[in-house]
Design a protein around this ligand. Structure first.
Ligand code: SAM
Length: 234
């Protein structure tokens, strides 16, 4: 089995890098890794390296960085602005959006948002685990929640196109919305949808487009993941 670990430190060939307590626990008690085991490590900015487990105790350990395997790829700016959902659904969205390549996830508080508290630290850990699993080398940024109005005020032509997922049938097809763009920011409404006031504000905001995902009303998490999959797999 290939062991992949996110290491939150600078990585260079020849360096000896300490493991955190939870990494040592995971390697020792979950994977039962032996000294000398090969690991694949990344830190979100320096690429991917092969490393060897050089010491392992109950609460700590070290790895030796051996060689560079992959350079850090350029990343696209692909954002997901979504209204927080019940904890499991939010975590599912973060995991799947990470696998699909989103680079920034921003919880957005709207008029009908019912879940207002978001544990961004836990969401960051979920995103790291998803990166380890899917061999992704950068970790998406998880921002603190913002109010929809603030997000719309900050929107301008220099930002990625803000693509409002619109279940009313008034949006355009994905192929039309995606034409000629390399970056994108998807805005998904809460389970209760956007209010009429919010819809009017979105319509007045520069550099936005409405997108239709078909005739059925999707759950917010389905809409988020479907839009990202369509964009990333064009
Ligand atoms: N309140 C709405 C209703 O009951 O008619 C449903 C909201 S839906 C559960 C949550 C969000 O998912 C929507 O605000 C929208 O952003 C997105 N969404 C759901 N279905 C969609 C579709 N067919 N096309 C585009 N976006 C969709």
């Amino acid at each position: 089995m290939q062991i992949r670990l996110f290491i939150d430190r600078d990585l260079t060939v020849g360096a000896t890098v300490p493991l955190t307590e939870s990494q040592a626990h995971y390697l020792r008690n979950v994977l039962r890794a032996e000294l000398g085991a090969e690991l694949f490590v990344f830190n979100g900015k320096d690429g991917e390296f092969a490393a060897v487990l050089s010491s392992l105790n109950k609460k700590d350990g070290e790895i030796q960085i051996c060689r560079l395997l992959r350079e850090q790829p350029e990343k696209r700016d692909v954002r997901l602005y979504f209204s927080p959902l019940k904890r499991d659904c939010t975590e599912w969205v973060v995991e799947k959006a990470t696998e699909l390549g989103v680079t920034r996830i921003v919880p957005v508080i709207t008029e009908y948002t019912s879940v207002k508290h978001v544990n961004t630290e836990r969401l960051r850990l979920i995103a790291i685990e998803a990166c380890e699993q899917c061999r992704r080398l950068d970790v998406p940024e998880i921002s603190e929640p913002v109010a929809l109005k603030e997000l719309l005020i900050a929107q301008n032509d220099a930002e990625p196109l803000l693509i409002h997922l619109d279940e009313t049938g008034r949006g355009q097809k994905a192929s039309v919305v995606f034409s000629g763009i390399e970056s994108a920011a998807f805005l998904v409404g809460p389970e209760g949808g956007f209010s009429e006031t919010e819809r009017a504000l979105i319509a007045e905001t520069p550099h936005t487009a409405g997108m239709d995902l078909g005739e059925r009303i999707l759950r917010a998490e389905t809409a988020a993941v479907s839009a990202l999959a369509l964009f990333m797999c064009r």
